[in-house]
Design a protein around this ligand. Structure first.
Ligand SMILES: Cc1ncc(COP(=O)(O)O)c(C=O)c1O
Length: 392
């Protein structure tokens, strides 16, 4: 019995796609296949298509099937990290001499990979404000631009790009559009349906959801691109172990209910911050005054669990705030059930200091978890009130 024959709701897909009860035992939870190799019935006689776990593993196959279904794509691929997924997509699509357009705000590691690793192999890039479609069009090098790389909402400034508009811009130029969907998750946003050619995830974040695994994913609709990616996944070998796949699969089962709570809590946090005298700017696409609010409302189910803010008293106050919260733990990463706080300029985005993607030093990023909303509000209020007393 295959789930997709009778149900297509997001929550149902998350729990069942690729995860039918084990035919041999009836196990309802997907079995953890730790084997690195698989017996063959005569040379080339593979059972279920598996020969060696770098090329394919049944637990990873369950995750890849589920990821493809969640994003509405045909081919899903799992990786050992979000960066491995990004690297595989870039190297599958780009050759020396090709050009990539990247956002003016993005995860620092993505910039580092494109500028400092792929740059060494002759792939050129331009960073552009992707909310400015004219500037993006002007940055296209006809016949040379191979890929437009988009992140929306961006890390850490929560900028919103119009996926459908960028897809048609990229296609007019003969390029592909890739969307890093890590901040939204497939529950909130499905870039392939909006015209994107590839979706990339750090499954470390909302998909895993519990800060206990590092992983990545790519989902595409075009089977030919899927075959190229599958070739490179096996050839380069940045695959996740079976237990990592199992953890991400388990996280995915509760993605929808977790995201609903992340969004509700983030909305409350953004409203609190916007009214606090120590805060100068709140970056949250759910606020009606956010420049990307209209596009976010059009292409997202809700506005996500990430909130950034700048402090009136500048970088000193930003660093101080990061040390004052108790429930919001000072740590890198995001998307887990627990709330985190960080200072991007000296932590997650240290690799973009002095680059076109540098972030303001007075910026603080919050990953709003799913704890009790009142406790989160009390923690932030207490931490901020302390700051405003000092600067008064
Ligand atoms: C938006 C985004 N994309 C990609 C990555 C890289 O993922 P990973 O850390 O799993 O390699 C991150 C990591 O923070 C991220 O925030």
């Amino acid at each position: 019995m295959s789930t997709d024959e009778f149900a297509d709701g997001f929550e149902t897909i998350a729990i069942h796609a690729g995860q039918d009860p084990d035919p041999g035992t009836g196990a309802v939870a997907p079995p953890l296949h730790l084997s690195s190799t698989f017996a063959q019935d005569g040379v080339g006689g593979l059972r279920g298509g598996f020969e060696y776990s770098r090329s394919g593993n049944p637990t990873r196959a369950a995750l890849e099937t589920c990821l493809a279904a969640l994003e509405g794509g045909r081919v899903g691929l799992a990786f050992s990290a979000g960066m491995a997924a990004t690297d595989t997509l870039l190297r599958a699509v780009c050759r020396p001499g090709d050009h990539v357009i990247i956002p003016a705000d993005a995860y620092g590691g993505t910039y580092r990979l494109i500028a400092r690793v792929l740059g060494e192999w002759g792939v050129e890039h331009s960073s552009v404000d992707l909310t400015d479609l004219e500037a993006t069009r002007a940055a296209v090098r006809p016949g040379v631009t191979r890929l437009v790389w988009c992140e929306t909402p961006t890390n850490p400034l929560l900028t919103i790009a119009d996926i459908a508009a960028l897809a048609s811009l990229a296609h007019d130029a003969g390029a592909l559009l890739a969307v890093d969907n890590t901040f939204a998750s497939p529950y909130l946003q499905q870039p392939l349906a909006l015209g994107a050619d590839a979706v990339v995830h750090s499954t470390t974040k909302y998909l895993g959801g519990h800060s206990d695994v590092v992983g990545g994913a790519i989902v595409v609709s075009d089977p030919e691109l899927g075959t190229q990616l599958r070739f490179l996944q096996n050839a380069a070998g940045a695959v996740p172990g079976p237990f990592d796949c199992w953890l991400v699969l388990r996280g995915i089962k509760t993605l929808a209910v977790r995201m609903d709570r992340h969004c509700a809590n983030a909305r409350g946090v953004a409203t609190l911050l916007a009214a606090h005298p120590a805060v100068s700017t709140v970056y949250y696409p759910g606020l009606p005054g956010h420049a990307g609010h209209g596009i976010a409302a059009k292409q997202m189910r809700d506005f996500g669990g990430m909130v950034s803010l700048t402090l009136r008293d500048g970088p000193r106050a930003a660093v101080e705030l990061c040390g004052r919260t108790r429930l919001f733990t000072l740590a890198e990463s995001l998307g887990g059930v627990e709330s985190l706080i960080e200072h991007p300029a000296s932590m997650t985005h240290a690799s973009v200091v002095n680059s076109p993607l540098a972030v303001p030093a007075e910026l603080v990023r919050l990953s709003v978890g799913i704890e009790s909303a009142d406790d989160l509000a009390a923690d932030l209020r207490r931490a901020l009130d302390g700051l405003s007393t000092r600067s008064a």
